[in-house]
Design a protein around this ligand. Structure first.
Ligand SMILES: [Zn+2]
Length: 86
């Protein structure tokens, strides 16, 4: 059974959802429970990497993924993209 307070909370919640659906709501009223913390940036593309993200460490540098590491090595001249021939 809803108490009077529960009912009031529910009605306010329902109003908020309606406003959200109608695009009338200020999103600042619904802050994220936490701001994700940027731990580092990808050495190649500068993407922000957050706590818990997957990444690749090469030397002391962090990369998003295999593609960024490969592209970085190619840019440095440490690896080369070639047409494979027999
Ligand atoms: Zn990257």
């Amino acid at each position: 059974m809803f108490s009077r307070k529960d009912r009031q909370d529910y009605l306010e919640f329902d109003e908020s959802i309606t406003a959200l659906k109608e695009g009338e709501v200020n999103v600042d009223r619904f802050p994220l429970p936490f701001e994700p913390e940027v731990v580092t940036n990808c050495e190649h593309c500068d993407a922000e990497l957050y706590d818990g993200d997957d990444g690749i460490i090469y030397g002391r540098e962090t990369y998003c993924d295999e593609q960024c590491l490969a592209d970085h090595l190619i840019d440095l001249g440490a690896a080369e993209r070639v047409e494979v021939r027999k």
